[in-house]
Ligand binder design. Structure first.
Ligand code: NIG
Ligand code: FE
Length: 385
């Protein structure tokens, strides 16, 4: 048994109803972890200090649960900075660049992909993220999708089969034949390495009918359902996600009132990815509207080389506050507990007794600084399990 006491915490956010307010905040606090799990939280003065093998004094810093980034595309090769630069001079984003990442990714060796992935995972960790999902989707052949998921599995259990990202160039004229491949041999090869299945349901990607076929085939194989929808325009994708009891429907840049009503009556989380609106000059969706309707929201990075090449959850929190209409507390909750809900996990995203001991120590006296000091590297230390 190994016990660690983290003490000298100026402000501790737990999301434990045993502590005050919606965030369960404790001032002048300490956390005792035993074998990688939270064993006790409370005022430092009453901490069970004698039990600890190691004491970490954070000298008045704020401590929050590690971020749960429920939407990333971290396994890829190549660079699309020229596409970003063109977009910033007025070119629209229509997801067409995905195929250029597919070409670069197919050409890369496992070693190259692994090295790139390790660098991105280090970025996430340095910015306080302790749980993250990774999608495939830049392979789009049976062997390449299987390969991307195998590599993703080396760094996370939260892996998502996204063979239905776009129809690859070699199937451009036969999207139905590609859909057959996805629900047949590709799903067979990928299901053993995945926990989730996802479809990019959008004009120019996959139709609602194709999405239904792919997601139900995945669900029959035991995969949980998640979806990309309403990113480039309104559509029926959100309704399908709700109908299929998807854990999460992601983007939601163009949600209709019916979408919001459907989400509010469901368990499906709306995952907002404001790095995308930032990087594509699309309008930001309103997080306020969703919360006011009673929808559970998550914030995620959607880290990918095309629409949102940020690995920073603090940046997403700052955008959530400034552009999505969230309070700093709501944005923090969406980036921790909300992400956990989007992955249907109850062991992460909070610091209740029994949770995984995932903590981010901030170089700041309060979590509010995450939005108050945008762009500043405020995560001093990330402790995982
Ligand atoms: O989540 N929307 C589809 N997929 C990614 C974009 C991928 C890309 O542009 O490479 C997204 O935004
Ligand atoms: Fe995405």
């Amino acid at each position: 048994m190994t016990a660690t006491l983290v003490t000298g915490i100026g402000e501790l956010v737990t999301f434990d109803p045993a502590h005050p307010g919606p965030l369960g905040v404790v001032s002048d606090a300490a956390v005792l972890t035993v074998d990688g799990r939270i064993a006790w939280t409370g005022p430092a003065a009453s901490a069970p200090r004698s039990d600890a093998d190691e004491v970490i004094d954070v000298d008045g810093a704020a401590v929050i649960p590690g971020f749960v980034d429920s939407h990333t595309h971290l396994v890829f090769a190549g660079d699309r900075s020229a596409e970003f630069e063109a977009r910033m001079s007025g070119q629209p984003y229509a997801a067409g660049g995905i195929r250029s990442t597919v070409a670069a990714t197919r050409a890369a060796t496992d070693g190259e992909l692994r090295a790139r992935l390790a660098g991105l995972v280090a970025e996430l960790h340095a910015q306080g993220t302790t749980t993250f999902e990774i999608k495939s989707g830049y392979g789009l052949t049976v062997a390449d999708e299987e390969r991307l998921l195998r590599l993703a599995r080396e760094v996370t259990d939260e892996t998502t089969f996204l063979g239905a990202h776009v129809v690859p160039a070699e199937f451009a004229d036969e999207p139905e034949a590609y859909t057959d491949l996805v629900v047949g041999p590709m799903l067979d090869a990928c299901a053993p390495h995945a926990r989730w299945i996802d479809v990019f349901c959008e004009t120019g990607a996959f139709t609602v009918e194709q999405a239904r076929r792919i997601l139900t085939a995945g669900a029959r194989r035991g995969l949980g359902v998640r979806m990309h929808a309403a990113q480039l325009g309104p559509g029926d994708g959100v309704a399908l996600a709700v109908e299929l009891d998807a854990a999460s429907v992601d983007h939601g840049t163009y949600l209709t009132d019916d979408d919001v009503e459907g989400l509010a009556a469901s368990k499906t989380v709306a995952t907002l990815v404001p790095g995308v609106e930032f990087s594509t000059r699309h309008p930001y969706p309103s997080g306020r509207r969703l919360l006011d309707a009673g929808v559970t929201i998550a914030l995620a990075s959607d880290c990918n080389p095309g629409s949102s090449f940020t690995s920073s959850m603090p940046f997403c929190i700052a955008l959530g506050v400034r552009e999505l209409g969230l309070t700093p507390a709501e944005a923090l909750q969406a980036a921790t507990l909300g992400g956990a809900a989007a992955l249907r996990r109850d062991d992460v995203g909070h610091l209740r007794v029994g949770a995984r001991a995932d903590l981010a120590v901030l170089r700041a006296p309060s979590y509010v600084h995450l939005a108050y000091r945008p762009g500043v590297p405020l995560v001093a230390r990330t402790l995982r399990a």
